[in-house]
Design a protein around this ligand. Structure first.
Ligand SMILES: [Zn+2]
Length: 148
């Protein structure tokens, strides 16, 4: 739940930012010229506005892409960036060693993310595996048992 709330918060902030940029564009850029009674449209008829809208669209699409990319490599529990990419598998020995993939881990051990580098059957989703707390509970019980 926290993971998706963070994603929605980033989207809302970015949309607010781009609404502000649009307001600045309307305030700064001159209105398209009018020829007698005919007023030129902003997009496709006025070069300044058309260029500005293209740049605006590219920036907005790039920001959305970066938000999705950032969210993909975050821990689903604590929202920290996943670290320590480990390559496994091999391109030339795919049948023996498995498909090439990269595994990322949360620095606090909440889980691992498997990203497949080969996708034969279309887009395959990433494989997030949550780790159990069993190993930490066992260590805590050992350390508390050792003190008593
Ligand atoms: Zn984590």
């Amino acid at each position: 739940m926290k993971y998706w709330l963070f994603f929605v918060a980033k989207l809302v902030l970015t949309v607010a930012l781009f609404v502000g940029i649009w307001a600045v564009m309307e305030a700064v850029l001159p209105e398209p010229a009018s020829i007698r009674t005919y007023k030129l449209g902003r997009f496709g008829q006025d070069l300044t506005w058309t260029t500005a809208i293209f740049v605006y669209f590219l920036a907005a699409a790039g920001a959305m892409f970066l938000i999705v990319l950032d969210q993909r490599y975050r821990c689903r529990t604590c929202l920290r960036r996943l670290r320590m990419p480990v390559n496994s598998g091999a391109w030339d020995n795919m049948l023996r060693l498995g498909m090439p993939q990269v595994e990322y881990i949360c620095p606090f051990g909440h889980g691992t993310l498997n990203v497949k580098l080969v996708q034969f059957t279309g887009r395959e989703g990433d494989d997030w595996r949550e780790h159990d707390d069993n190993i930490w509970r066992e260590l805590e019980s050992l350390s508390s048992g050792g003190r008593k």
